[in-house]
Design a protein around this ligand. Structure first.
Ligand code: GTP
Ligand code: MG
Length: 370
């Protein structure tokens, strides 16, 4: 339809109806909340908010990407950076993540960690930082393949006794393709054969030139095992965040990406989500990948039950009909009916795609054996 009531338009713009009514009044139109607005009036208001009006009919409402819209500047507030740790096998990614968590999560809180969720948040100098524990693995690759950007900063871990290795280069390429700033953590500095100069030298060949050598890349020497250099690394993350100014609008329905998901015997489908914009609340009608439901319960990275979480927060949710996949997008809808419609459309599309894929595969097999 090409008309909306004032109330409906307000909802779409994440504004109070009274604000829209005031704006209309300023434009010389007297309106009430239930009044129908024609296309011209809608366009006038939207233009005023810097929002582009799309022909609803042209928008594929089952494509979750269409809900990843940008908010107007004045609705945005600061959000924590989302940091991914990458690097070659055995160079110390997991040790570093553990070390950061243990330096930054107080003993009391650590006791609250009941299960490991693939992401966590720490606080440094009063600022939150989100770390993702899915380095270079399937989820990250899927997300990248779909162009789903989740990371703001990549920490490239390079062992000082081993230097640049194939997966180091892979990680650099991932980060470059995603246009994400890289901070190099030169790890295992405590080891006998540690040679940070060699790491710097080798990385120069991949375009990462240390600030000490006149380049722009931040290098931080650390020992993840001994917990040395962790504070400097966090400081550098905050420094990059200050420059990049990561922002989000906490006052809109949540959108984001699945970090991991599985079926739990007792709780059913359990998904770890990264909220990328908006605020996610218990009770929200939500479409996640090809499944949907209502957020039944939320547990944060400390294993505590929470009622709502804001931008950049990782959170585990239950209440979905099925298990989504890592890298899937999620979108919260205002009403359950729309969530159900979009969710059902997506699940039947997925089923169809799966069927035709199976047919194709079996035909391929058939030809292979001929
Ligand atoms: P994958 O997940 O298999 O790719 O490895 P990873 O990068 O997560 O490495 P992990 O943290 O598992 O560390 C590999 C080995 O290096 C372990 O035995 C760690 O104890 C050791 N290690 C990690 N960091 C340090 C460090 O700073 N110093 C020393 N001496 N050993 C370290
Ligand atoms: Mg590991």
């Amino acid at each position: 339809s090409d008309s909306l009531t004032v109330g409906e338009l307000a909802k779409k713009l994440y504004r109070e109806p009274s604000e829209i009514i005031k704006k209309l009044f300023m434009l010389g139109v007297m309106a009430t909340i239930n009044q129908d607005l024609d296309k011209d009036a809608i366009e006038l208001i939207c233009t005023d908010y810097g929002v582009e009006v799309e022909e609803e009919i042209l928008v594929d409402t089952t494509d979750l990407e269409v809900y990843f819209t940008e908010d107007k500047e004045d609705l945005l507030g600061e959000r924590p950076p989302v940091v991914t740790i990458m690097g070659h096998v055995d160079h110390g990614k997991t040790t570093l993540l553990d070390s950061i968590r243990h330096t930054k999560v107080t003993a009391g809180e650590a006791g609250g960690i009941t299960q490991h969720i693939g992401a966590y948040q720490v606080e440094a100098n009063g600022k939150k930082v989100t770390f993702l524990d899915t380095p270079g693995h399937a989820a990250f690759t899927t997300m990248r393949a779909r162009g789903a950007k989740v990371t703001d900063i990549t920490i490239l871990v390079v062992a000082a006794d081993d230097g640049v290795m194939p997966q180091t280069v892979e990680a650099i390429n991932h980060a470059k393709a995603a246009n994400v700033p890289i901070i190099v953590a030169v790890n295992k500095m405590d080891k006998e054969g540690a040679n940070p100069d060699r790491v710097m030298q080798e990385l120069t060949e991949h375009g990462l030139v240390s600030e000490a050598w006149g380049g722009e890349t931040i290098f931080v020497p650390i020992s993840a095992l001994k917990g040395e250099g962790i504070d400097s690394l966090l400081e550098m993350i905050l420094l990059v965040s200050e420059v990049e100014e990561y922002k989000a609008n906490p006052n809109r329905p949540a959108i984001g990406t699945v970090i991991e998901a599985q079926l739990d015997k007792g709780r059913g489908s359990v998904a770890t989500l990264l909220v990328q914009n908006g605020t996610l609340k218990v009770g929200d009608p939500i479409v996640v990948g090809n499944t949907f439901g209502r957020v039944r319960a939320m547990v944060n990275d400390l294993g505590r039950r929470v009622k709502e979480v804001g931008p950049s927060a990782p959170v585990e949710i239950t209440g979905l009909n099925d298990v989504p996949q890592a890298g899937d997008r999620f979108v919260v809808f205002e009403d359950e009916k729309t969530a159900r419609q979009v969710g059902e459309a997506r699940s039947s599309q997925a089923l169809q795609a799966q069927r035709s894929e199976k047919t194709k595969v079996s035909l391929d097999n058939l030809f292979e054996h001929m």
